[in-house]
Design a binder for this molecule. Structure first.
Ligand code: FPP
Length: 240
Protein backbone atom coordinates (compact mmCIF):
# COMPACT_ATOMS: atom_id res chain seq x y z
CA UNK A 1 0.00 0.00 0.00
CA UNK A 2 1.19 3.50 -0.82
CA UNK A 3 0.85 5.12 2.60
CA UNK A 4 0.94 8.89 3.10
CA UNK A 5 3.65 9.84 5.54
CA UNK A 6 1.80 12.98 6.63
CA UNK A 7 -1.98 13.41 6.65
CA UNK A 8 -3.55 16.81 7.34
CA UNK A 9 -7.25 17.08 8.16
CA UNK A 10 -9.73 19.96 8.14
CA UNK A 11 -12.24 18.58 10.63
CA UNK A 12 -15.46 20.19 9.45
CA UNK A 13 -19.15 19.66 10.17
CA UNK A 14 -19.38 19.44 13.96
CA UNK A 15 -21.95 22.24 14.12
CA UNK A 16 -24.15 20.73 11.39
CA UNK A 17 -23.97 17.30 13.03
CA UNK A 18 -25.36 18.82 16.24
CA UNK A 19 -27.93 21.01 14.49
CA UNK A 20 -29.31 17.99 12.59
CA UNK A 21 -30.02 16.47 16.01
CA UNK A 22 -31.36 19.72 17.47
CA UNK A 23 -28.50 19.74 19.96
CA UNK A 24 -26.28 22.68 20.93
CA UNK A 25 -23.21 22.94 18.66
CA UNK A 26 -20.85 21.97 21.46
CA UNK A 27 -22.28 18.43 21.37
CA UNK A 28 -20.93 18.21 17.84
CA UNK A 29 -17.48 19.29 19.03
CA UNK A 30 -17.61 16.75 21.87
CA UNK A 31 -18.45 14.02 19.39
CA UNK A 32 -15.66 15.42 17.18
CA UNK A 33 -13.14 14.63 19.92
CA UNK A 34 -14.15 10.95 19.62
CA UNK A 35 -13.35 11.13 15.91
CA UNK A 36 -9.94 12.59 16.79
CA UNK A 37 -9.31 9.56 19.03
CA UNK A 38 -10.45 7.14 16.29
CA UNK A 39 -8.27 8.74 13.64
CA UNK A 40 -5.19 8.82 15.89
CA UNK A 41 -5.70 5.10 16.68
CA UNK A 42 -6.06 4.25 13.00
CA UNK A 43 -2.93 6.25 12.04
CA UNK A 44 -1.00 4.31 14.69
CA UNK A 45 -2.25 0.99 13.43
CA UNK A 46 -1.55 1.83 9.78
CA UNK A 47 1.87 3.34 10.49
CA UNK A 48 1.18 6.93 9.38
CA UNK A 49 3.94 8.96 11.05
CA UNK A 50 2.54 12.53 10.99
CA UNK A 51 -1.01 13.78 11.52
CA UNK A 52 -1.96 17.46 11.51
CA UNK A 53 -5.44 18.43 12.70
CA UNK A 54 -7.02 21.85 12.14
CA UNK A 55 -8.57 22.18 15.59
CA UNK A 56 -9.04 25.97 15.86
CA UNK A 57 -8.42 28.57 13.19
CA UNK A 58 -7.43 32.18 13.77
CA UNK A 59 -10.87 33.07 12.34
CA UNK A 60 -12.62 30.83 14.92
CA UNK A 61 -11.92 33.49 17.60
CA UNK A 62 -14.85 35.36 16.04
CA UNK A 63 -17.39 32.66 17.05
CA UNK A 64 -19.76 33.28 19.98
CA UNK A 65 -17.77 33.56 23.23
CA UNK A 66 -19.46 30.51 24.77
CA UNK A 67 -18.54 28.29 21.82
CA UNK A 68 -14.91 29.51 21.95
CA UNK A 69 -14.78 28.86 25.71
CA UNK A 70 -16.29 25.39 25.28
CA UNK A 71 -13.76 24.50 22.56
CA UNK A 72 -10.86 25.66 24.75
CA UNK A 73 -12.24 23.60 27.63
CA UNK A 74 -12.57 20.52 25.39
CA UNK A 75 -9.02 20.96 24.23
CA UNK A 76 -7.59 21.26 27.75
CA UNK A 77 -9.63 18.22 28.82
CA UNK A 78 -8.47 16.20 25.82
CA UNK A 79 -4.82 16.98 26.52
CA UNK A 80 -4.96 16.09 30.19
CA UNK A 81 -7.01 12.93 29.57
CA UNK A 82 -4.79 11.71 26.77
CA UNK A 83 -1.34 12.21 28.29
CA UNK A 84 -1.10 8.55 29.37
CA UNK A 85 -2.11 7.37 25.90
CA UNK A 86 0.39 9.71 24.25
CA UNK A 87 3.17 8.26 26.39
CA UNK A 88 2.05 4.64 26.06
CA UNK A 89 1.65 4.87 22.29
CA UNK A 90 4.79 7.00 21.80
CA UNK A 91 2.94 9.94 20.31
CA UNK A 92 4.69 13.28 20.20
CA UNK A 93 2.45 16.34 20.49
CA UNK A 94 3.28 19.46 18.51
CA UNK A 95 1.37 22.62 17.87
CA UNK A 96 1.27 25.21 15.10
CA UNK A 97 -0.40 28.61 15.27
CA UNK A 98 -0.27 31.78 17.33
CA UNK A 99 -0.53 30.04 20.66
CA UNK A 100 0.23 33.22 22.61
CA UNK A 101 -3.47 34.00 22.08
CA UNK A 102 -4.69 30.84 23.86
CA UNK A 103 -5.99 31.10 27.45
CA UNK A 104 -3.17 30.57 30.03
CA UNK A 105 -4.69 27.32 31.33
CA UNK A 106 -4.70 25.80 27.84
CA UNK A 107 -1.15 26.99 27.19
CA UNK A 108 0.04 25.46 30.43
CA UNK A 109 -1.33 22.02 29.64
CA UNK A 110 -0.11 22.31 26.05
CA UNK A 111 3.43 23.25 27.13
CA UNK A 112 3.50 20.39 29.64
CA UNK A 113 2.23 17.82 27.13
CA UNK A 114 4.63 18.99 24.42
CA UNK A 115 7.58 18.84 26.82
CA UNK A 116 6.63 15.44 28.28
CA UNK A 117 6.03 13.83 24.89
CA UNK A 118 9.02 15.39 23.13
CA UNK A 119 11.02 12.15 23.13
CA UNK A 120 8.25 10.09 21.49
CA UNK A 121 8.77 9.06 17.89
CA UNK A 122 6.01 6.78 16.60
CA UNK A 123 3.49 9.42 15.54
CA UNK A 124 3.72 13.20 15.52
CA UNK A 125 0.28 14.59 16.40
CA UNK A 126 0.39 18.20 15.29
CA UNK A 127 -2.51 20.42 16.40
CA UNK A 128 -3.24 23.63 14.51
CA UNK A 129 -4.51 26.01 17.20
CA UNK A 130 -5.25 29.68 16.68
CA UNK A 131 -3.78 28.89 13.28
CA UNK A 132 -4.02 30.75 10.00
CA UNK A 133 -1.60 30.09 7.14
CA UNK A 134 -1.36 33.74 6.09
CA UNK A 135 -0.53 34.71 9.66
CA UNK A 136 2.07 31.91 9.84
CA UNK A 137 3.65 33.07 6.57
CA UNK A 138 3.70 36.70 7.70
CA UNK A 139 5.36 35.76 10.99
CA UNK A 140 8.04 33.85 9.03
CA UNK A 141 8.55 36.78 6.65
CA UNK A 142 8.93 39.20 9.56
CA UNK A 143 11.46 36.95 11.25
CA UNK A 144 13.56 36.54 8.07
CA UNK A 145 13.32 40.25 7.23
CA UNK A 146 14.43 41.07 10.78
CA UNK A 147 17.50 38.83 10.43
CA UNK A 148 18.27 40.40 7.04
CA UNK A 149 17.96 43.93 8.43
CA UNK A 150 20.33 43.08 11.25
CA UNK A 151 22.82 41.85 8.65
CA UNK A 152 22.65 38.24 9.87
CA UNK A 153 21.14 36.94 6.63
CA UNK A 154 21.72 37.87 3.01
CA UNK A 155 18.82 37.95 0.52
CA UNK A 156 20.32 35.04 -1.45
CA UNK A 157 20.14 32.89 1.63
CA UNK A 158 16.36 33.18 1.72
CA UNK A 159 15.44 30.05 -0.23
CA UNK A 160 12.67 27.43 0.07
CA UNK A 161 14.54 25.41 2.66
CA UNK A 162 15.15 28.37 4.94
CA UNK A 163 11.62 29.69 4.47
CA UNK A 164 10.14 26.28 5.36
CA UNK A 165 12.37 26.19 8.41
CA UNK A 166 10.94 29.55 9.54
CA UNK A 167 7.34 28.31 9.50
CA UNK A 168 5.60 26.77 12.52
CA UNK A 169 5.87 23.39 10.77
CA UNK A 170 9.71 23.52 10.76
CA UNK A 171 11.09 20.01 10.74
CA UNK A 172 7.85 18.34 9.63
CA UNK A 173 7.52 16.82 6.17
CA UNK A 174 4.93 18.51 3.94
CA UNK A 175 1.51 16.81 4.02
CA UNK A 176 1.03 14.15 1.34
CA UNK A 177 -2.73 14.01 1.79
CA UNK A 178 -5.23 16.68 2.83
CA UNK A 179 -8.66 15.50 3.92
CA UNK A 180 -11.59 17.84 4.43
CA UNK A 181 -14.86 16.49 5.79
CA UNK A 182 -18.49 17.62 5.49
CA UNK A 183 -18.56 18.16 1.73
CA UNK A 184 -16.93 21.60 1.76
CA UNK A 185 -14.22 22.03 -0.86
CA UNK A 186 -12.04 24.85 0.41
CA UNK A 187 -8.59 25.18 1.95
CA UNK A 188 -9.70 27.85 4.45
CA UNK A 189 -6.27 29.35 5.18
CA UNK A 190 -4.75 25.98 6.16
CA UNK A 191 -1.08 25.15 5.42
CA UNK A 192 -1.01 27.24 2.24
CA UNK A 193 2.75 26.83 1.74
CA UNK A 194 3.01 23.22 2.87
CA UNK A 195 0.15 21.86 0.71
CA UNK A 196 1.91 22.78 -2.55
CA UNK A 197 2.07 19.15 -3.76
CA UNK A 198 -0.49 17.46 -1.51
CA UNK A 199 -3.29 15.29 -2.86
CA UNK A 200 -6.77 16.42 -1.74
CA UNK A 201 -9.61 14.18 -0.60
CA UNK A 202 -13.04 15.63 0.11
CA UNK A 203 -15.33 13.47 2.23
CA UNK A 204 -19.07 14.04 2.49
CA UNK A 205 -19.07 12.66 6.03
CA UNK A 206 -19.48 15.15 8.89
CA UNK A 207 -16.46 15.08 11.22
CA UNK A 208 -18.27 13.51 14.23
CA UNK A 209 -19.21 10.57 11.95
CA UNK A 210 -15.73 10.23 10.45
CA UNK A 211 -14.73 6.59 10.91
CA UNK A 212 -11.55 4.53 10.60
CA UNK A 213 -13.13 3.08 7.47
CA UNK A 214 -13.58 6.53 5.89
CA UNK A 215 -9.94 7.32 6.69
CA UNK A 216 -8.87 4.10 4.97
CA UNK A 217 -11.03 5.07 1.96
CA UNK A 218 -9.13 8.37 1.71
CA UNK A 219 -5.79 6.57 2.01
CA UNK A 220 -6.80 3.98 -0.62
CA UNK A 221 -7.80 6.80 -2.94
CA UNK A 222 -4.46 8.49 -2.29
CA UNK A 223 -2.77 5.22 -3.31
CA UNK A 224 -4.34 5.46 -6.77
CA UNK A 225 -3.01 8.98 -7.47
CA UNK A 226 0.01 9.49 -9.66
CA UNK A 227 2.11 12.16 -8.02
CA UNK A 228 4.38 13.93 -10.47
CA UNK A 229 5.54 16.99 -8.54
CA UNK A 230 5.45 19.07 -11.70
CA UNK A 231 7.33 16.53 -13.84
CA UNK A 232 5.88 14.42 -16.68
CA UNK A 233 4.68 10.88 -16.10
CA UNK A 234 7.57 9.58 -18.26
CA UNK A 235 9.99 11.28 -15.93
CA UNK A 236 8.11 9.56 -13.05
CA UNK A 237 9.04 8.23 -10.22
CA UNK A 238 5.33 8.61 -9.87
CA UNK A 239 5.47 8.74 -6.13
CA UNK A 240 7.81 9.18 -3.25
C1 FPP B 1 -15.44 22.52 12.52
O1 FPP B 1 -16.81 22.28 12.66
C2 FPP B 1 -14.71 22.15 13.74
C3 FPP B 1 -14.11 23.04 14.57
C4 FPP B 1 -14.11 24.49 14.36
C5 FPP B 1 -13.41 22.59 15.79
C6 FPP B 1 -12.78 21.24 15.76
C7 FPP B 1 -12.55 20.81 17.14
C8 FPP B 1 -12.66 19.55 17.62
C9 FPP B 1 -12.94 18.37 16.79
C10 FPP B 1 -12.53 19.28 19.07
C11 FPP B 1 -11.27 19.70 19.73
C12 FPP B 1 -10.05 19.21 19.07
C13 FPP B 1 -9.13 18.38 19.58
C14 FPP B 1 -7.90 18.10 18.81
C15 FPP B 1 -9.30 17.69 20.87
P1 FPP B 1 -17.81 23.50 12.54
O2 FPP B 1 -18.16 23.92 13.93
O3 FPP B 1 -17.25 24.55 11.67
O4 FPP B 1 -19.04 22.79 11.85
P2 FPP B 1 -20.11 23.45 10.87
O5 FPP B 1 -19.37 23.89 9.65
O6 FPP B 1 -21.05 22.32 10.60
O7 FPP B 1 -20.75 24.58 11.63
Amino acid sequence: MNLPRHIAIIMDGNGRWAEQRRLPRIFGHQQGVESVRRVVRECLSLGVSHLTLYAFSSENWGRPAEEVAALMELLAQFLSQELDTLMREEIRLRVIGDIALLPPAVRRVLDQTIARSSGNGRLVLNLALSYGARDEILRAVRSLAGQALEGRLSLDEIDERRFSASLDTAGLPDPDLLIRTSGEKRVSNFLLWQLAYAEFFFSEVLWPDFSAEELRRAIDDFGTRQRRFGLTSRQGPAET
